[in-house]
Write a protein of this length. Structure first.
Length: 201
């Protein structure tokens, strides 16, 4: 007799065959039913680039995943916390147990690394994620705020798309003294008090 649609918990066990017990010794065998190995239908991208503060989305599709698997996403071999302890991170399994997704909101530079999906203590698929800074660009060109008159105060302001970038103010191509502090909002300012004629340039 052939066993069809074998099930792990139902069909596993000891089977025996008795034919005319007075003449033949019974035959027995132990059937050990193993789950089908997980098959990767769509692996994680081998390499993925994402800009800082964007959303990182990693998606993979699998086959032969059992019910209620233990799902752990890893970064550089360490589990990534999600849920109430880290609301930026979401681990999203699909209802059909085929698609698994990781979302990290406002990804940061120090979150670059090797990401992997682990199911039931087995690493299934992984990829390299590189978090990059956005290319520098000018949001608001350099402008003058205030009246350009002797003894007045003016402010030079320029806005770019990133804060805390190294910078230097120049006058006639020479660095000026008393440089302003780093910007935390992307706006770089230079204040000139009590203007004199030699402030022109």
């Amino acid at each position: 007799r052939a066993l069809k649609n074998i099930k792990l918990n139902v069909d596993q066990g000891d089977y025996s065959l008795k034919i005319n017990p007075s003449q033949l010794q019974s035959q027995s065998v132990h059937v050990n039913v193993n789950p089908k190995p997980i098959e990767v239908i769509q692996a994680l991208n081998q390499e993925k680039d994402v800009f800082v503060n964007d959303i990182l989305v990693l998606t993979t599709k699998l086959r032969n995943v059992d019910n209620n698997p233990t799902i752990v996403w890893l970064r550089n071999g360490e589990p990534i916390s999600s849920g109430p302890t880290n609301k930026r991170v979401k681990s999203v399994p699909s209802n059909d147990r085929q698609q698994f997704k990781l979302e990290i909101d406002k990804i940061q530079l120090d979150e670059s690394g090797t990401y992997a999906l682990k199911l039931n203590d087995q690493v299934i698929t992984d990829c390299e994620v590189t978090v990059k800074q956005h290319p520098l660009k000018v949001v608001q060109p350099l402008k003058i705020i205030g009246k350009q008159l002797v003894n007045e105060t003016i402010e030079l302001v320029c806005e770019i798309n990133r804060p805390n970038v190294s910078f230097v103010w120049l006058k006639d191509n020479e660095p000026i003294e008393n440089q302003s502090e780093s910007s935390i909002d992307g706006k770089y300012r230079l204040k000139l008090d009590q203007l004199k004629m030699d402030n022109s340039g």
